[in-house]
Write a protein that binds this ligand. Structure first.
Ligand code: SF4
Ligand code: SF4
Length: 153
């Protein structure tokens, strides 16, 4: 590059808007299709465990409280998730989704990445019964025919 051209580029860059964002002070909106954090809507879930069977990362567990009453807690390990959305595609009841606006995942401990989905009472019950798993502990891999970890109400 010639010296004159270089000087021209340097001079020109003084008057250009920066291409970088001042994150975290400025946040761009992620596209609708962006795969952020996994979210679970318990209403329709029938406990079939297909999502768990198809997850390549053992990132989700379904803890059954009362299968007949469709009472479950889903435990999501965000630090293991590869955001492949396989579980979302395989849930026939559309209980799962990937929140495009929840993409900031940072924490100081691995436990910060464990999310328990379910009603407040059910989550409290599960935490009191099983506690929070250690980061090294593998997720439960209960399939459709296997008994899921069961808690009695
Ligand atoms: S695949 Fe859907 S219905 Fe089946 S356990 Fe997972 S979330 Fe529930
Ligand atoms: S998005 Fe992929 S890795 Fe994450 S929980 Fe679903 S199937 Fe597992």
């Amino acid at each position: 590059m010639r010296f004159g051209t270089m000087l021209g580029d340097i001079w020109g860059s003084f008057f250009k808007k920066p291409v970088t964002q001042k994150y975290p002070f400025e946040r761009l909106e992620a596209p609708d299709q962006y795969r952020g954090k996994l979210v679970w809507t318990p209403g329709k879930c029938n406990g079939c465990c297909l999502c768990i069977k198809d997850c390549p990362s053992n990132a989700i567990e379904l803890i059954t409280i009362d299968k007949k009453a469709k009472q479950f807690v889903m435990r999501y390990h965000a630090d293991r998730c590869t955001y492949c959305a396989q579980c979302v595609q395989n849930c026939r009841l559309e209980c799962l989704g990937m929140a495009h606006d929840q993409w900031e995942s940072a924490g100081l401990k691995r436990e910060d990445f464990v999310v328990n989905y379910g009603s407040e009472a059910d989550v409290a019950h599960i935490l009191a019964t099983y506690g929070t798993p250690s980061a090294a502990e593998p997720a439960a891999t209960a399939g459709p025919g296997d008994p899921a970890p069961t808690a009695t109400a």
